[in-house]
Design a protein around this ligand. Structure first.
Ligand code: DON
Length: 309
């Protein structure tokens, strides 16, 4: 396993020059496109780490999965899915276009507009960000996960498109709170600082339908995990979700900070980090590591008996 992971890293490194770090959030432009880190944790608790696995980066859109979990816990199924749909868009993650032309409801919780709507569903509690942070820390098994203040401020300053979506949705009565307050929460959720091991821990819990297989601790209801993993398959890689499903076949979620988190049913949690992004906003290096591992370990959800673990 260790050798396969290191081979996957070597394979991925040959593609890094094709990607570019995100610059639309100025603070993210400081990322180093050569950094590559990975962590893989199997059901029996074996942990495999490689490269820059300790490097912290902002969780960005991977937070959308945790926002959805919290929204379902706080507001329930009926309310959440009265505000956001479950269909892939085929549009860019920050697109506004469907809010006007199709339906006022964002098409799914994995795009920016959808995550702003689910963030608003998290606001019925007294301290929404505090509870979100606690939930993230529990799922990632690290109490010191914190907000990256510089990225948060940078997002806030550069977040005009997200604000536009929020105001449109406030106008259409999808948001039940002030648009500025909702985007403030959304920006904070995206600005948590994590590393590959944190996200691999979280992915392992998803792989076991909400239970941490190492401690036996029940962290999430299985109906919520089923919804989150389904949406990771259909929408987790934005307008590359179909291609990723075909080539890699691992329920996954990416973020413009360079992370991709993937969950292999009953087998492993994995997370890879590399800030070089492709034109759709997915990490070039992380995508390639997952592609390699899926191929050589037989992790595609339809690999059947070819699976090597
Ligand atoms: O709102 C944004 O644009 C960012 N905070 C998150 C976008 C993101 O991570 C899309 N990922 N590929």
């Amino acid at each position: 396993m260790e050798r396969t992971l290191n081979d996957a890293m070597d394979y991925a490194r040959t593609f890094l020059h094709t990607g570019k770090v995100a610059t639309y959030i100025p603070e993210l432009a400081k990322g180093d496109s050569e950094q590559l880190g990975a962590c893989l944790i199997t059901t029996d608790g074996e942990v495999y780490r490689s490269g820059d696995w300790q490097q912290e980066f902002t969780i960005q859109s991977i937070s959308k999965t945790i926002t959805l979990i919290m929204a379902l816990q706080v507001a329930g199924y009926e309310k959440v899915f009265s505000k956001v749909g479950v269909e892939p868009t085929g549009d860019a993650f920050n697109s506004l276009v469907r809010l006007e032309t199709k339906t006022a409801h964002p098409l799914n919780p994995m795009i920016n507009a959808g995550a702003i709507a689910t963030a608003s569903c998290c606001m019925d509690v007294k301290d929404p960000f505090g509870e979100f942070l606690e939930l993230t820390r529990r799922l990632c098994r690290r109490d010191t996960i914190h907000l990256n203040e510089a990225v948060f401020q940078s997002e806030k300053k550069a977040g005009m498109r997200n604000r536009s979506m929020a105001y449109l949705m406030e106008d259409d009565n999808i948001l039940e709170y002030d648009a500025e307050d909702v985007v403030d929460l959304y920006f904070r959720m995206c600005s948590l600082s994590v590393n590959a091991e944190d996200l691999a821990n979280y992915a392992l819990v998803l792989a076991h339908n909400g239970v941490d297989p190492r401690s036996g601790e029940h962290l999430l209801d299985d109906w919520i995990v089923r919804i989150v993993k389904t949406l990771m398959v259909t929408c987790g890689m934005y307008d590359a979700s179909g291609e990723f499903a075909m080539k890699v076949g691992i329920p996954a979620k990416s973020g413009v900070g360079g992370g991709i988190m993937g969950t292999v049913e009953r087998k492993m949690g994995l997370a890879v980090f590399n800030p070089a992004l492709d034109p759709k906003g997915n990490s070039v290096g992380a995508y390639r590591v997952m592609e390699y591992l899926s191929h050589y370990l037989g992790l595609h959800y339809f690999s059947g008996s070819n699976s090597m673990i």
